[in-house]
Ligand binder design. Structure first.
Ligand SMILES: Cc1ncc(COP(=O)(O)O)c(C=O)c1O
Length: 431
Protein backbone atom coordinates (compact mmCIF):
# COMPACT_ATOMS: atom_id res chain seq x y z
CA UNK A 1 0.00 0.00 0.00
CA UNK A 2 1.27 3.45 -0.96
CA UNK A 3 0.73 4.84 2.59
CA UNK A 4 1.96 2.44 5.27
CA UNK A 5 0.52 2.40 8.78
CA UNK A 6 3.19 4.68 10.18
CA UNK A 7 2.71 7.22 7.41
CA UNK A 8 -1.06 7.23 7.88
CA UNK A 9 -0.49 7.99 11.54
CA UNK A 10 1.80 10.87 10.57
CA UNK A 11 -0.80 12.19 8.10
CA UNK A 12 -3.48 12.04 10.78
CA UNK A 13 -1.22 13.77 13.26
CA UNK A 14 -1.07 16.71 10.84
CA UNK A 15 -4.85 17.17 11.26
CA UNK A 16 -5.64 18.12 14.87
CA UNK A 17 -9.23 16.86 14.55
CA UNK A 18 -8.61 13.69 12.53
CA UNK A 19 -9.38 11.39 15.46
CA UNK A 20 -11.40 13.35 17.99
CA UNK A 21 -13.66 16.37 17.86
CA UNK A 22 -13.19 19.46 20.05
CA UNK A 23 -15.03 17.70 22.91
CA UNK A 24 -12.50 14.91 22.82
CA UNK A 25 -15.04 12.54 21.33
CA UNK A 26 -13.44 9.89 19.15
CA UNK A 27 -15.08 9.85 15.77
CA UNK A 28 -14.45 9.08 12.12
CA UNK A 29 -14.97 12.13 9.95
CA UNK A 30 -16.85 11.03 6.82
CA UNK A 31 -18.40 14.38 5.89
CA UNK A 32 -15.48 15.66 3.84
CA UNK A 33 -17.59 16.40 0.78
CA UNK A 34 -19.26 19.13 2.78
CA UNK A 35 -16.01 20.53 4.19
CA UNK A 36 -12.71 18.82 4.95
CA UNK A 37 -10.99 19.04 8.32
CA UNK A 38 -8.39 21.75 8.65
CA UNK A 39 -4.72 20.95 8.45
CA UNK A 40 -2.94 22.15 11.62
CA UNK A 41 -0.23 23.79 9.60
CA UNK A 42 -2.77 25.69 7.47
CA UNK A 43 -4.61 26.96 10.56
CA UNK A 44 -1.31 28.06 12.12
CA UNK A 45 -0.17 29.85 8.96
CA UNK A 46 -3.56 31.54 8.78
CA UNK A 47 -3.37 32.74 12.39
CA UNK A 48 0.20 33.96 11.94
CA UNK A 49 -0.84 35.92 8.86
CA UNK A 50 -3.77 37.45 10.74
CA UNK A 51 -1.55 38.53 13.58
CA UNK A 52 1.64 39.49 11.77
CA UNK A 53 0.43 40.95 8.51
CA UNK A 54 -3.13 42.09 8.94
CA UNK A 55 -2.20 45.37 7.26
CA UNK A 56 -3.42 46.07 3.79
CA UNK A 57 -1.04 45.68 0.86
CA UNK A 58 0.76 48.59 -0.79
CA UNK A 59 2.34 50.18 2.31
CA UNK A 60 6.07 50.72 2.88
CA UNK A 61 6.12 49.10 6.34
CA UNK A 62 6.95 45.46 6.99
CA UNK A 63 3.46 44.23 7.85
CA UNK A 64 2.13 45.50 4.56
CA UNK A 65 5.06 44.16 2.55
CA UNK A 66 4.61 40.83 4.29
CA UNK A 67 0.91 40.79 3.41
CA UNK A 68 1.84 41.21 -0.28
CA UNK A 69 4.47 38.50 0.02
CA UNK A 70 2.03 36.05 1.61
CA UNK A 71 -0.53 36.66 -1.13
CA UNK A 72 2.07 36.23 -3.85
CA UNK A 73 3.42 33.03 -2.26
CA UNK A 74 -0.13 31.65 -2.06
CA UNK A 75 -0.73 32.38 -5.73
CA UNK A 76 2.53 30.64 -6.68
CA UNK A 77 1.60 27.63 -4.53
CA UNK A 78 -1.85 27.32 -6.13
CA UNK A 79 -0.41 27.83 -9.62
CA UNK A 80 2.09 25.01 -9.05
CA UNK A 81 -0.60 22.78 -7.60
CA UNK A 82 -2.74 23.22 -10.71
CA UNK A 83 0.24 23.29 -13.08
CA UNK A 84 -0.86 26.76 -14.16
CA UNK A 85 1.70 28.67 -16.21
CA UNK A 86 1.85 31.70 -13.92
CA UNK A 87 0.63 33.02 -10.56
CA UNK A 88 -1.12 35.88 -12.38
CA UNK A 89 -3.61 33.31 -13.71
CA UNK A 90 -4.85 32.64 -10.14
CA UNK A 91 -7.78 34.78 -8.97
CA UNK A 92 -9.10 34.58 -5.42
CA UNK A 93 -12.63 35.12 -4.19
CA UNK A 94 -15.11 34.57 -1.42
CA UNK A 95 -16.40 31.21 -2.68
CA UNK A 96 -16.62 29.15 -5.84
CA UNK A 97 -20.18 30.38 -6.20
CA UNK A 98 -19.10 34.03 -6.05
CA UNK A 99 -16.26 33.43 -8.52
CA UNK A 100 -18.52 31.69 -11.03
CA UNK A 101 -21.11 34.46 -10.88
CA UNK A 102 -18.29 36.96 -11.38
CA UNK A 103 -17.06 34.96 -14.39
CA UNK A 104 -20.50 34.45 -15.89
CA UNK A 105 -21.24 38.18 -15.68
CA UNK A 106 -17.91 38.96 -17.35
CA UNK A 107 -18.42 36.43 -20.15
CA UNK A 108 -22.05 37.58 -20.46
CA UNK A 109 -20.87 41.01 -21.55
CA UNK A 110 -19.45 39.41 -24.70
CA UNK A 111 -22.58 37.45 -25.63
CA UNK A 112 -25.37 38.35 -28.07
CA UNK A 113 -28.32 36.32 -26.81
CA UNK A 114 -28.01 33.65 -29.53
CA UNK A 115 -25.51 31.49 -27.65
CA UNK A 116 -26.02 28.48 -25.40
CA UNK A 117 -24.22 26.92 -22.44
CA UNK A 118 -23.78 23.16 -22.14
CA UNK A 119 -23.54 21.58 -18.72
CA UNK A 120 -24.70 18.32 -17.12
CA UNK A 121 -27.37 16.74 -14.98
CA UNK A 122 -24.90 16.14 -12.16
CA UNK A 123 -23.52 19.60 -11.44
CA UNK A 124 -23.50 21.37 -8.13
CA UNK A 125 -25.92 24.32 -8.46
CA UNK A 126 -22.86 26.57 -8.33
CA UNK A 127 -22.19 25.46 -11.90
CA UNK A 128 -25.84 25.84 -12.93
CA UNK A 129 -27.32 29.12 -11.76
CA UNK A 130 -24.55 31.49 -12.86
CA UNK A 131 -25.31 30.21 -16.40
CA UNK A 132 -29.09 30.14 -15.98
CA UNK A 133 -28.80 33.74 -14.85
CA UNK A 134 -27.33 34.63 -18.26
CA UNK A 135 -30.50 33.19 -19.83
CA UNK A 136 -32.74 35.21 -17.52
CA UNK A 137 -30.87 38.36 -18.57
CA UNK A 138 -31.20 37.56 -22.30
CA UNK A 139 -27.47 36.95 -22.73
CA UNK A 140 -27.89 33.37 -23.94
CA UNK A 141 -30.69 31.34 -25.44
CA UNK A 142 -30.53 28.41 -23.05
CA UNK A 143 -28.56 26.16 -20.75
CA UNK A 144 -28.44 22.56 -22.01
CA UNK A 145 -28.12 19.63 -19.63
CA UNK A 146 -26.30 16.42 -20.51
CA UNK A 147 -28.27 13.31 -19.51
CA UNK A 148 -26.85 10.69 -17.21
CA UNK A 149 -26.61 6.95 -17.63
CA UNK A 150 -28.82 6.64 -14.58
CA UNK A 151 -27.87 3.08 -13.64
CA UNK A 152 -24.19 3.84 -13.18
CA UNK A 153 -24.34 7.59 -12.58
CA UNK A 154 -22.05 8.57 -15.45
CA UNK A 155 -22.39 11.16 -18.20
CA UNK A 156 -23.99 10.21 -21.50
CA UNK A 157 -21.09 11.48 -23.58
CA UNK A 158 -22.92 11.01 -26.89
CA UNK A 159 -25.68 13.25 -25.61
CA UNK A 160 -23.14 15.84 -24.51
CA UNK A 161 -21.63 15.80 -28.00
CA UNK A 162 -25.11 16.24 -29.52
CA UNK A 163 -25.81 19.26 -27.32
CA UNK A 164 -22.69 21.13 -28.39
CA UNK A 165 -23.16 23.17 -31.57
CA UNK A 166 -21.69 26.21 -33.25
CA UNK A 167 -23.63 28.49 -30.85
CA UNK A 168 -22.17 26.86 -27.74
CA UNK A 169 -20.06 29.47 -25.97
CA UNK A 170 -19.45 27.70 -22.68
CA UNK A 171 -19.09 24.05 -21.73
CA UNK A 172 -19.22 24.00 -17.93
CA UNK A 173 -18.54 20.65 -16.28
CA UNK A 174 -17.81 19.42 -12.80
CA UNK A 175 -14.59 17.43 -12.39
CA UNK A 176 -16.53 15.04 -10.14
CA UNK A 177 -20.14 14.86 -9.03
CA UNK A 178 -20.58 15.75 -5.37
CA UNK A 179 -23.50 13.31 -5.13
CA UNK A 180 -22.29 10.33 -7.18
CA UNK A 181 -18.53 10.64 -6.92
CA UNK A 182 -18.29 10.10 -10.69
CA UNK A 183 -15.34 11.81 -12.36
CA UNK A 184 -16.04 13.49 -15.68
CA UNK A 185 -13.88 12.57 -18.70
CA UNK A 186 -12.57 16.12 -18.80
CA UNK A 187 -9.95 15.77 -21.50
CA UNK A 188 -12.47 14.31 -23.92
CA UNK A 189 -15.05 16.98 -23.09
CA UNK A 190 -12.45 19.74 -23.37
CA UNK A 191 -11.69 18.64 -26.93
CA UNK A 192 -15.41 18.79 -27.82
CA UNK A 193 -15.58 22.33 -26.44
CA UNK A 194 -12.47 23.39 -28.37
CA UNK A 195 -13.88 22.08 -31.65
CA UNK A 196 -16.56 24.79 -31.57
CA UNK A 197 -14.39 27.44 -29.89
CA UNK A 198 -16.39 27.33 -26.62
CA UNK A 199 -14.90 28.20 -23.23
CA UNK A 200 -14.23 25.05 -21.23
CA UNK A 201 -15.02 25.74 -17.56
CA UNK A 202 -14.24 23.12 -14.90
CA UNK A 203 -15.77 23.05 -11.42
CA UNK A 204 -13.10 21.18 -9.47
CA UNK A 205 -14.52 21.96 -6.01
CA UNK A 206 -15.52 18.40 -5.18
CA UNK A 207 -12.65 16.62 -6.88
CA UNK A 208 -9.77 18.81 -5.72
CA UNK A 209 -8.56 16.80 -2.66
CA UNK A 210 -8.78 13.48 -4.49
CA UNK A 211 -6.25 13.52 -7.33
CA UNK A 212 -4.03 15.51 -9.69
CA UNK A 213 -5.58 18.56 -11.37
CA UNK A 214 -3.59 19.90 -14.30
CA UNK A 215 -5.06 22.89 -16.10
CA UNK A 216 -2.55 22.71 -18.94
CA UNK A 217 -3.13 19.01 -19.58
CA UNK A 218 -6.89 19.66 -19.54
CA UNK A 219 -6.43 22.75 -21.71
CA UNK A 220 -9.34 24.26 -19.78
CA UNK A 221 -10.09 27.96 -19.99
CA UNK A 222 -11.21 28.31 -16.38
CA UNK A 223 -11.17 26.07 -13.29
CA UNK A 224 -12.38 26.75 -9.77
CA UNK A 225 -11.85 25.14 -6.39
CA UNK A 226 -12.45 26.08 -2.75
CA UNK A 227 -9.95 26.07 0.11
CA UNK A 228 -12.35 24.54 2.63
CA UNK A 229 -12.57 21.38 0.47
CA UNK A 230 -8.78 21.19 0.49
CA UNK A 231 -7.95 21.21 4.20
CA UNK A 232 -7.68 24.99 4.26
CA UNK A 233 -9.87 27.96 5.09
CA UNK A 234 -12.95 29.32 3.33
CA UNK A 235 -12.30 31.28 0.18
CA UNK A 236 -11.81 29.99 -3.35
CA UNK A 237 -9.52 30.16 -6.36
CA UNK A 238 -10.19 30.55 -10.04
CA UNK A 239 -7.63 29.68 -12.67
CA UNK A 240 -8.12 31.45 -15.99
CA UNK A 241 -6.11 31.37 -19.18
CA UNK A 242 -4.09 34.56 -19.36
CA UNK A 243 -5.57 35.62 -22.71
CA UNK A 244 -9.13 35.42 -21.33
CA UNK A 245 -8.30 37.13 -18.06
CA UNK A 246 -6.74 39.95 -20.07
CA UNK A 247 -9.60 40.24 -22.54
CA UNK A 248 -12.66 39.90 -20.27
CA UNK A 249 -14.19 42.92 -18.61
CA UNK A 250 -15.44 41.85 -15.18
CA UNK A 251 -17.57 44.15 -13.04
CA UNK A 252 -15.11 46.20 -11.03
CA UNK A 253 -14.70 49.50 -9.25
CA UNK A 254 -12.77 52.09 -11.22
CA UNK A 255 -9.58 52.42 -9.13
CA UNK A 256 -9.17 48.60 -8.78
CA UNK A 257 -6.31 47.04 -10.79
CA UNK A 258 -6.73 47.00 -14.56
CA UNK A 259 -4.83 43.75 -14.99
CA UNK A 260 -5.44 40.20 -13.82
CA UNK A 261 -5.66 38.76 -11.31
CA UNK A 262 -6.53 41.97 -9.43
CA UNK A 263 -9.18 43.15 -11.85
CA UNK A 264 -11.34 40.11 -11.04
CA UNK A 265 -10.93 40.42 -7.28
CA UNK A 266 -13.72 42.25 -5.52
CA UNK A 267 -12.54 44.28 -2.55
CA UNK A 268 -9.55 43.77 -0.30
CA UNK A 269 -7.74 40.41 -0.39
CA UNK A 270 -7.66 38.06 2.57
CA UNK A 271 -3.98 37.34 3.06
CA UNK A 272 -4.75 34.72 5.72
CA UNK A 273 -6.51 32.57 3.12
CA UNK A 274 -3.37 32.64 0.96
CA UNK A 275 -1.21 31.75 3.96
CA UNK A 276 -3.48 28.81 4.74
CA UNK A 277 -3.42 27.38 1.23
CA UNK A 278 0.39 27.67 1.20
CA UNK A 279 0.34 25.58 4.39
CA UNK A 280 -1.66 22.90 2.58
CA UNK A 281 0.75 22.87 -0.34
CA UNK A 282 3.65 22.50 2.13
CA UNK A 283 1.88 19.49 3.67
CA UNK A 284 1.55 17.96 0.21
CA UNK A 285 5.27 18.49 -0.44
CA UNK A 286 6.14 16.80 2.84
CA UNK A 287 3.90 13.83 1.98
CA UNK A 288 5.29 13.73 -1.53
CA UNK A 289 8.80 13.28 -0.18
CA UNK A 290 7.56 10.38 1.95
CA UNK A 291 6.34 8.46 -1.11
CA UNK A 292 8.69 9.67 -3.82
CA UNK A 293 10.73 6.44 -3.95
CA UNK A 294 7.69 4.87 -5.67
CA UNK A 295 7.91 7.42 -8.46
CA UNK A 296 11.42 7.16 -9.82
CA UNK A 297 11.42 8.24 -13.48
CA UNK A 298 7.77 9.33 -13.29
CA UNK A 299 6.50 12.84 -13.90
CA UNK A 300 10.04 13.94 -14.78
CA UNK A 301 8.62 16.36 -17.34
CA UNK A 302 7.47 18.57 -14.43
CA UNK A 303 9.75 20.98 -12.60
CA UNK A 304 10.66 20.15 -8.96
CA UNK A 305 7.76 21.69 -7.03
CA UNK A 306 5.15 20.78 -9.64
CA UNK A 307 6.54 17.24 -9.78
CA UNK A 308 6.24 16.88 -6.01
CA UNK A 309 2.63 17.98 -6.19
CA UNK A 310 1.85 15.62 -9.06
CA UNK A 311 3.36 12.74 -7.14
CA UNK A 312 1.47 13.41 -3.93
CA UNK A 313 -1.89 13.72 -5.64
CA UNK A 314 -1.23 10.53 -7.58
CA UNK A 315 -0.39 8.76 -4.32
CA UNK A 316 -3.53 10.15 -2.64
CA UNK A 317 -5.62 8.94 -5.57
CA UNK A 318 -4.13 5.44 -5.26
CA UNK A 319 -4.74 5.31 -1.52
CA UNK A 320 -8.31 6.56 -1.89
CA UNK A 321 -9.08 3.98 -4.60
CA UNK A 322 -8.24 1.39 -1.95
CA UNK A 323 -10.66 3.12 0.45
CA UNK A 324 -13.42 3.03 -2.19
CA UNK A 325 -12.88 -0.68 -2.70
CA UNK A 326 -13.10 -1.31 1.05
CA UNK A 327 -16.36 0.67 1.30
CA UNK A 328 -17.89 -1.45 -1.44
CA UNK A 329 -16.49 -4.89 -0.63
CA UNK A 330 -15.89 -4.70 3.12
CA UNK A 331 -13.49 -6.96 4.99
CA UNK A 332 -13.27 -10.73 5.66
CA UNK A 333 -15.96 -10.70 8.32
CA UNK A 334 -17.78 -7.45 7.50
CA UNK A 335 -19.99 -7.08 4.44
CA UNK A 336 -19.34 -3.99 2.31
CA UNK A 337 -22.06 -1.76 0.85
CA UNK A 338 -22.28 -4.00 -2.22
CA UNK A 339 -23.02 -7.06 -0.09
CA UNK A 340 -25.83 -5.51 1.93
CA UNK A 341 -29.11 -6.18 0.10
CA UNK A 342 -30.92 -3.33 1.90
CA UNK A 343 -28.43 -0.75 0.56
CA UNK A 344 -28.87 1.05 -2.77
CA UNK A 345 -25.80 2.93 -3.97
CA UNK A 346 -25.94 5.75 -6.53
CA UNK A 347 -22.83 5.92 -8.71
CA UNK A 348 -20.21 3.56 -10.12
CA UNK A 349 -19.93 0.28 -8.20
CA UNK A 350 -17.97 -1.76 -10.76
CA UNK A 351 -14.72 -2.65 -9.00
CA UNK A 352 -12.85 -2.50 -12.29
CA UNK A 353 -13.87 1.13 -12.73
CA UNK A 354 -12.99 2.64 -9.36
CA UNK A 355 -10.51 4.94 -11.12
CA UNK A 356 -13.57 6.67 -12.60
CA UNK A 357 -14.89 7.75 -9.21
CA UNK A 358 -13.86 9.61 -6.07
CA UNK A 359 -14.52 8.00 -2.67
CA UNK A 360 -17.90 9.75 -2.29
CA UNK A 361 -20.84 7.41 -1.84
CA UNK A 362 -24.49 8.37 -1.73
CA UNK A 363 -26.79 5.59 -0.65
CA UNK A 364 -30.06 4.72 1.02
CA UNK A 365 -31.14 1.87 3.25
CA UNK A 366 -34.45 0.17 2.53
CA UNK A 367 -37.12 0.89 5.13
CA UNK A 368 -34.93 3.02 7.39
CA UNK A 369 -35.24 6.81 7.13
CA UNK A 370 -32.01 8.59 6.21
CA UNK A 371 -32.01 10.67 9.41
CA UNK A 372 -32.26 7.54 11.52
CA UNK A 373 -29.33 5.91 9.73
CA UNK A 374 -27.03 8.91 10.15
CA UNK A 375 -28.08 9.49 13.74
CA UNK A 376 -27.39 5.89 14.67
CA UNK A 377 -24.11 5.86 12.72
CA UNK A 378 -23.09 8.81 14.84
CA UNK A 379 -24.37 7.57 18.19
CA UNK A 380 -23.38 3.93 17.86
CA UNK A 381 -20.27 4.15 15.67
CA UNK A 382 -18.95 7.70 16.02
CA UNK A 383 -19.30 8.16 12.26
CA UNK A 384 -19.76 11.83 11.37
CA UNK A 385 -21.80 11.93 8.20
CA UNK A 386 -25.10 13.39 7.09
CA UNK A 387 -28.24 13.02 5.05
CA UNK A 388 -29.40 15.95 3.03
CA UNK A 389 -29.45 17.91 -0.17
CA UNK A 390 -25.92 18.87 -1.22
CA UNK A 391 -27.02 21.45 -3.82
CA UNK A 392 -26.49 18.71 -6.39
CA UNK A 393 -28.61 18.91 -9.51
CA UNK A 394 -28.24 15.12 -9.70
CA UNK A 395 -30.31 14.74 -6.55
CA UNK A 396 -33.20 16.44 -8.32
CA UNK A 397 -32.68 14.27 -11.40
CA UNK A 398 -32.73 11.12 -9.25
CA UNK A 399 -35.58 12.58 -7.17
CA UNK A 400 -33.60 12.10 -3.99
CA UNK A 401 -33.91 15.39 -2.12
CA UNK A 402 -32.37 13.75 0.91
CA UNK A 403 -29.65 11.13 0.67
CA UNK A 404 -26.98 9.71 2.97
CA UNK A 405 -23.50 10.56 1.77
CA UNK A 406 -20.12 9.46 3.03
CA UNK A 407 -17.09 11.13 1.51
CA UNK A 408 -13.55 10.12 2.37
CA UNK A 409 -10.15 11.77 1.96
CA UNK A 410 -6.54 10.78 2.51
CA UNK A 411 -6.65 10.99 6.33
CA UNK A 412 -9.43 8.43 6.53
CA UNK A 413 -8.45 4.85 7.31
CA UNK A 414 -9.48 1.27 6.64
CA UNK A 415 -10.19 0.90 10.36
CA UNK A 416 -12.69 3.74 10.17
CA UNK A 417 -14.38 2.11 7.19
CA UNK A 418 -14.53 -1.14 9.12
CA UNK A 419 -16.26 0.64 12.04
CA UNK A 420 -18.66 2.32 9.63
CA UNK A 421 -19.61 -0.97 7.95
CA UNK A 422 -19.91 -2.85 11.24
CA UNK A 423 -22.22 -0.16 12.60
CA UNK A 424 -24.30 0.01 9.44
CA UNK A 425 -24.72 -3.77 9.35
CA UNK A 426 -25.76 -3.69 13.02
CA UNK A 427 -28.29 -0.90 12.41
CA UNK A 428 -29.91 -2.89 9.63
CA UNK A 429 -29.91 -6.15 11.62
CA UNK A 430 -31.27 -4.68 14.85
CA UNK A 431 -34.12 -2.69 13.49
C1 LIG B 1 -18.83 20.49 -7.05
C2 LIG B 1 -19.06 21.69 -6.17
N1 LIG B 1 -19.09 22.90 -6.73
C3 LIG B 1 -19.29 24.01 -6.00
C4 LIG B 1 -19.49 23.94 -4.65
C5 LIG B 1 -19.74 25.22 -3.87
O1 LIG B 1 -18.53 25.79 -3.47
P1 LIG B 1 -18.55 27.15 -2.61
O2 LIG B 1 -19.20 26.85 -1.32
O3 LIG B 1 -17.10 27.51 -2.46
O4 LIG B 1 -19.30 28.16 -3.38
C6 LIG B 1 -19.47 22.69 -4.01
C7 LIG B 1 -19.74 22.59 -2.57
O5 LIG B 1 -20.17 21.59 -2.07
C8 LIG B 1 -19.24 21.55 -4.80
O6 LIG B 1 -19.21 20.32 -4.25
Amino acid sequence: MIFNKELIEQIRAAFPRATTDFNGRKRAFFDNGTATLVLGRAAKAETDARINCSANVGGIFDESKQASAVIQAGRVAVADFLNAPSPTTIVSGESATALLFNLSYAIGKELTGRENVVTTDYEHYTNVDPWEELGKRGKIQEVRYTKLNMEEGTLDINHLQELIDSNTKIVAITAASNMLGTKSPLEEIGKMAKEVGAHFVVDAVHHIPHGPTDVQALDCDFLIFSGYKLFSSHGSFLYGKEEHLNALKPFKVKPAPKNPPGKFEWGTRNQAMFAAISGVIDHFCWLSNEVQSNYEGKYVEYSDHKRELKIVMDAIEQYETGLSKAVLTGFDDIPGLLDIPEVTIYGITDLERLNERDPTFSFEVANIPEEEVVTRLWKEGGIATRAGHYYSYAQDVYKKPKIIRISLVHYNTFEEISTFLKTLNKIIKNR
